[in-house]
Structure formats: structure tokens, C-alpha cells
Design a protein around this ligand. Structure first.
Ligand code: NAD
Length: 483
């Protein structure tokens, strides 16, 4: 497959190159080989993208919601029709197994385009009667939105931000992660092919400095970031200086509580989905796995057995179920955490080493006897490392589960329905799961509380974050003035 993109950027409905920008090598995580090269956006490219997005916005917003929606839904159809090609590309970009990308990336992006395409026509204001007078509200776009992506879901993030933004009549400049620059270009190309006018959805490449330049640009009305908490703090502060709207989808260290009465096999499946899918590079992962003492040894035994069945190998092979980390740097970071876990006295149950092959492969790793104060229980690792903690009592585990600056997600496995809902209500988290983990359908709001984020993606809730309401007061009689 051709992995070298036509050009680095997609602006005004066409691929655009400017080799004056810093080169960024695209590395296939499964081999460490360079498979492409893009150039970071220069100030001239950033200006061109924003000029283009600004110029297109009025025309795009003036189209009816039905027309905008039709284009988004057409883009969804193209994404689905090209799912195989896009999944192969996503696997080259991220290293995630084709087994995953073929069902979770272009398909999830298509879901977002289809869902928000469907909503576009129903984005209306309301009529508020006030005796003889009345107020009507208009739901208006914000203007030009900047999307900034993390590297773990490059197609999905480009669509999760683009679809609601465009449905509401905004235009977008999207900056993918410098680690995975390929997929967003395809999203831009497909939106254009589906009929989005030139400039409606643009992609520019770059490191954090390009993101920072976009965030502080006066021509930008909204910033939507998916990234780490430290980056989120910087972006939020820069956006606040200009009163820009923000959505912050940030990191997590989510709790997953497994009670004695849980269906063991299902709980093990949930823990695998919440720790090892995408080699653990999922923001909402339930990486603090609290297991009640009565089920702990059985849980660890069955988990180890199931992890032994992971097929580690070439991620393009449909049989492979566990791929590499995204980069050499991320592999080193995760290895550092594994060493810390051992130094601080956690018991290594399985894994812990690099896999003997090219690329950035790490074994699925499980630590038991982890205590709340250990680094691996407090910090986001963003790799295939599970920390298993013991607990006896519900009230105690709830206090411990919530004792974190993060609040992205949380899960509980139990057969006791009353307890399940009580626990879900008690979680300080934006997205919770009962007897499941890491489902993210477009119909449901997704996002975090506390340091994990601001705002919500997906669902009707996202509309609130990509539009604003204008009130128009209409007086039917004369104005009564005091003098
Ligand atoms: P990161 O914070 O290093 O980078 C994210 C993006 O921000 C990149 O595109 C980067 O170039 C850009 N950036 C960096 N500094 C910037 C600045 N000062 N101004 C503007 N942009 C800047 O994150 P990452 O390592 O790419 O991704 C992993 C992180 O993303 C993890 O913490 C993970 O939990 C989080 N994440 C969150 C979600 C979610 O939906 N909540 C989803 C995926 C990933």
C-alpha cells in the first residue's frame, strides 16, 4: 500500500505541500521503518488553512441542515465503502491490529458522520411565548473550529470532532498528532469527495508548536483537543485568554471494580478490553482493577490464561490480536513504569518485557498486590499494563476509586443490580460501564470530569459544544419608556 501521502496538508479542497516546514517521519510501529514523510505547517500554511476555513464558513452555514447532513452522510458511505483500505492505513499509522482497525476506526468515524449528518436538519431554535410578545432562539455555529488529535485513534478523532462541528455549520482546521499524520488526510479527502465545499475541513500537520499557534490565533472560535492532561492545561489556558470555546478530551486512570459475585469470565473479558485493546493505548481504560478478595486468585489465574492466547505479531495479519506500541518513545515510557512497579514492590504476574521482534512490541503486563500510593496506580501509563488492587468493602473501594485527579471513565462488574447502579452513581467519572468496558457508541455522550476533561463528544450533547444560542426578543406592542 502507498503510505506516502500526496502532500502534507489538505487545505481549500486540495492537497498542499510546503517543504520549508520541519520534516516529520512516519514510522510503522510494527517494524520501526520509515513509511512516509510529512512537513510541519509553516506560518504561511497555518495562515492559508485559517483563511480558507474562514472564507468557507459563511457559505457552509448558509446551506440548509438537510444539505449539510446529506454531505456528511455521503462521506460516511464513502468511509464504509473504503473501510478495508482505511483500516490498513490506520494500522500502518498506529500499529493497531487490522483485526481492531477494520471494525473500530473508519467504522466509528462513519458512525459519527452518519449520526451528526442525521441531526443536522433538526438543529433548530425554540419559540418562547411571553404574553403577546415572544422570543425565538437561533442555534448558530461558532465559526472556525480547531481540532487537535492524539495518536491512538487518528481516523476516529478526526471524525468525532469534524462531524458535529460541520453539522452545526462550522468549518474546521484539524491538526493530527505528529505521530500519526496519515489518516486525517483521508478524512479530509473523503469529505471533499462527498461534496463539502473547499475550505470546510482542512488538515495541517505539525508538532505541539503548530497546535499552540492555532489555539492562540484570533481567527479561531473554538478549540477541541484530544490529548494528555498537561497539554490540556496549556491549551485550556491559551484558549481562555481569548475566551474561546473548548472541548477537552484528556487522559485518565480509571477504576474498574470487580465484586466477588461477578460473572468471572465476563469480568476477565471486560478487564482485557479495558487494559489491552489497542495495546492499552486507550484514554478511558480501566487500569486500576480493584478485585474483591474472594475472587482475586481465580481472576488472576483466568486472566493470565486468557492473555496467553493473545496473538502477537504482524498487525496487518487478520489473525493478530495484539500489536505494538505506537512509538519507540511511548515504549520507553511504559517500560519505565513497569520498572517502577517492580521497584515499588508490586508483584509481576505476567509480562513485563519487550517482545523479541522488530518494532515497538511490549508484552501484556499484569501487576498484582498494587497499593494506592504506587506510581503505577496513580499515573496514566498509556500502555498494556494492568494494576490489580485488593479490596474487601464497597464503601472503602468507592472512596479509593474516586481518590484521583482524573475522572474520565469507570466500570463495575457485579450481578447485584442495586449495587451496580449505586456504584455507577457514586463514580466521579464522565463515562461509566456496568458489566462491560470501553463501549463508545456515537449515540452516548463521551468525556470526562475533574482533570480528564471539559465538554462531551458524541450524542446530542456535542451539539451544545459546537453551536451557540442567540435569543431574539420580539415586541408586538409599543415600547413603554419611563421618560
Ligand atoms: P499529547 O497531549 O502529547 O498530544 C496531543 C496533541 O496535542 C498532539 O496533536 C500534539 O501535537 C498537540 N499539542 C502538544 N502540545 C500542544 C500545545 N502546547 N498546544 C496545542 N497542541 C499541542 O497526547 P498524546 O501523547 O498524543 O496522546 C495520548 C494522550 O491523549 C493520553 O493522555 C490519552 O489519555 C489522551 N487521550 C484522550 C482521549 C479522550 O477522548 N479523552 C482519547 C485519546 C487519547
Amino acid at each position: 500500500m502507498q503510505t506516502q501521502p500526496t502532500a502534507s496538508h489538505f487545505i481549500g479542497g486540495a492537497y498542499v505541500e510546503d517543504t520549508a516546514g520541519t520534516p516529520i517521519d512516519v514510522i510503522y510501529p510494527a517494524t520501526g521503518e520509515v513509511i512516509g514523510r510529512v512537513h510541519s505547517a509553516t506560518p504561511a500554511i497555518i495562515d492559508q488553512a485559517l483563511t480558507s476555513a474562514r472564507a468557507a464558513q459563511a457559505e457552509w452555514a448558509a446551506m440548509t441542515g438537510t444539505e449539510r447532513g446529506r454531505i456528511l452522510r455521503r462521506a460516511a458511505d464513502i468511509l464504509r465503502a473504503r473501510n478495508h483500505e482505511l483500516s490498513v492505513l490506520e494500522t500502518y499509522d498506529t500499529g493497531k491490529p487490522y483485526q481492531e482497525t477494520s471494525v473500530a476506526d473508519a467504522t466509528s468515524g462513519a458512525d459519527a458522520l452518519e449520526y451528526f449528518g442525521g441531526l443536522a436538519a433538526s438543529l433548530t431554535g425554540e419559540h418562547i411565548p411571553l404574553g403577546e410578545d415572544w422570543v425565538y432562539t437561533r442555534r448558530e455555529p461558532l465559526g472556525v473550529c480547531v481540532g487537535i488529535g492524539a495518536w491512538n485513534y487518528p481516523t476516529q478523532i478526526a471524525c468525532w470532532k469534524g462531524a458535529p462541528a460541520l453539522a452545526c455549520g462550522n468549518t474546521m482546521v484539524f491538526k493530527p498528532s505528529e505521530t500519526t499524520p496519515l489518516c486525517a488526510l483521508k478524512v479530509a479527502e473523503i469529505l471533499h469527495e462527498a461534496g463539502a465545499p473547499a475550505g470546510v475541513y482542512n488538515v495541517v500537520q505539525g508538532l505541539g508548536d503548530v497546535g499552540a499557534a492555532l489555539v492562540s490565533e484570533p481567527r479561531v472560535d473554538k478549540v477541541s483537543l484530544t490529548g494528555s492532561v498537561p497539554t490540556g492545561r496549556k491549551v485550556y489556558a491559551a484558549a481562555a485568554a481569548e475566551m474561546k470555546h473548548v472541548t477537552m478530551e484528556l487522559g485518565g486512570k480509571s477504576p474498574l471494580i470487580i465484586f466477588d459475585d461477578a460473572d468471572l469470565e465476563n469480568a476477565v473479558s471486560g478487564a482485557i478490553m479495558g487494559n489491552f485493546y489497542s495495546s492499552g493505548q486507550v484514554c478511558s481504560n480501566g487500569t486500576r482493577v480493584f478485585v474483591q478478595s474472594g475472587i482475586k486468585e481465580a481472576f488472576l489465574a483466568r486472566l493470565t490464561e486468557r492473555l496467553g492466547k493473545a496473538v502477537i505479531g504482524d498487525p496487518q495479519d487478520p489473525e493478530t490480536s495484539f500489536g505494538p506500541m505506537v512509538s519507540a518513545r511511548q515504549t520507553e515510557i511504559v517500560q519505565g513504569y513497569i520498572a517502577k512497579g517492580q521497584d515499588e514492590g508490586a508483584r509481576l504476574v505476567t509480562g513485563g518485557k519487550r517482545v523479541e521482534r522488530d518494532g515497538f512490541f511490549l508484552e501484556p503486563t499484569v501487576f498484582a498486590d498494587v497499593t494506592d500510593d504506587m506510581t503505577i496506580a496513580r499515573e496514566e501509563i498509556f500502555g498494556p499494563v494492568m494494576a490489580v488492587l485488593d479490596f474487601e468493602d464497597e464503601a472503602d473501594v468507592m472512596a479509593r476509586a474516586n481518590d484521583t485527579e482524573f475522572g474520565l471513565a469507570a466500570g463495575v462488574f457485579t450481578r447485584d443490580l442495586t449495587r451496580a447502579h449505586r456504584v455507577a452513581a457514586g463514580f466521579e467519572a464522565g463515562t461509566c460501564f456496568i458489566n462491560s468496558y470501553n463501549d463508545a457508541p456515537v449515540e452516548a455522550p463521551f468525556g470526562g470530569v475533574k482533570a480528564s476533561g471539559v465538554g462531551r463528544e458524541n450524542s446530542k450533547a456535542a451539539i451544545e459544544h459546537y453551536s451557540q444560542v442567540k435569543s431574539v426578543y420580539v415586541r408586538m406592542g409599543d415600547v413603554e419608556a419611563p421618560f
